[in-house]
Design a protein around this ligand. Structure first.
Ligand SMILES: Cc1cc2nc3c(=O)[nH]c(=O)nc-3n(C[C@H](O)[C@H](O)[C@H](O)COP(=O)(O)OP(=O)(O)OC[C@H]3O[C@@H](n4cnc5c(N)ncnc54)[C@H](O)[C@@H]3O)c2cc1C
Ligand code: FES
Length: 289
């Protein structure tokens, strides 16, 4: 079944961030916050996991947001409205736990991780929660969906490393202030592994601040997304092995051994570079780097 691209937008002006609407009625019908899809662009395409960043059940549409980081995401950025993707598997992964909490929930999105925060904030708000969102990126051009996130948040805090918008510094700066000033029921952090590690450390109760339950969304390498290949496995601090695709992708951040994950992140870097360089050589029309 072909999956048509209905909308494509560049987000910001970095040339690396894109939003796409895909016609996928069956997936849209069953999608919830926390779910992801695995797409193949064409017969030779590798499988790329991407979060369902929004869904419209009535029109049978899901939205993805992706950052160009290598060959497949560059190839995806070269697809246009009306083009069809070869296949999409999903929805995969678990829906996030939805509950009405007493105190506010802090949702933190770093870089492209802002997109998966939106459905989580939306569904938790619909359940009656108060949401404080923190969006962070290196610079303001990499922040997107300000209005969408504001529409599901009581408070929206922006952070940039270079101070070009909002608070200058990392997302942990306002988070530290929030959890030292008021009771927070839950923290959700989605973004680069190092950001999720630092957030989980801050909320662990070992930093002189109250311990706050924290979920992180693990973007380990995934191939099948259904618990069979072992690509996404990770050890928890007690040495037990877990599978991010079927147990997550949202996992209790306090059990994750981030140091091992950070080491494993770059294990295919050389092959990824070769494949990217080869594609760039073949491709005459690339317009993003
Ligand atoms: C559950 C989940 C949800 C994700 N959601 C999003 C999203 O919404 N938007 C987004 O931009 N990115 C998302 N990612 C990451 C995305 O899958 C990778 O950026 C993409 O596969 C890179 O492919 P590439 O060929 O362009 O880059 P490559 O050159 O192949 O790899 C670049 C880097 O991307 C990561 N990567 C590569 N292949 C995979 C893979 N099969 N699974 C996971 N990571 C991989 C690695 O860290 C690698 O170093 C998600 C990953 C997971 C596991
Ligand atoms: S992606 Fe294969 S086991 Fe999780």
């Amino acid at each position: 079944m072909p999956y048509k691209i209905l909308k494509k937008n560049q987000l910001g002006d970095s040339g690396t961030l894109f939003e796409m609407d895909l016609h996928t009625p069956l997936i849209a019908k069953k999608a919830y916050a926390g779910n992801f899809i695995i797409i193949r662009i064409n017969e030779e395409g590798e499988r790329i996991p991407l979060t369902i960043a929004d869904y419209d059940r009535e029109n049978g549409v899901i939205t993805i947001v992706f950052q160009v980081v290598g060959k497949s995401t560059l190839l995806l950025s070269h697809q246009n409205i009306g083009d069809e993707l070869l296949d999409i598997a999903g929805p995969l992964g678990n829906r996030i736990h939805i509950e009405k909490f007493e105190d506010p929930i802090v949702i933190i999105g770093g870089g492209v991780g802002i997109a998966p925060c939106y459905p989580q904030a939306k569904e938790l708000k619909q359940a009656g929660n108060r949401i404080i969102s923190i969006l962070g990126a290196r610079t303001k051009n990499l922040i997107f969906w300000r209005d969408k996130m504001a529409s599901v948040s009581e408070e929206l805090i922006i952070c940039t490393n270079d101070g070009s918008e909002g608070i200058e510094g990392f997302v942990t700066k306002p988070l530290r202030e929030l959890i030292s000033k008021q009771k927070i029921s839950l923290v959700i952090a989605i973004g680069p592994m190092i950001m999720m590690k630092n957030v989980a450390e801050l909320t662990s109760g070992n930093e002189g601040l109250p311990r706050v339950k924290t979920f992180v969304s693990l973007n380990t390498i995934m191939i099948d997304g259904t618990g069979m290949c072992g690509g996404c496995r990770f050890p928890s601090k007690d040495g037990e092995i877990h599978f991010a695709c079927v147990e997550g992708p949202d996992i209790d951040g306090h059990i994750v051994d981030f140091n091992i994950l950070l080491n494993r992140e770059k294990r295919f870097a050389e092959f990824e570079k070769q494949s990217y360089d080869l594609y760039k050589k073949k491709c005459k029309k690339f317009d993003t780097q």
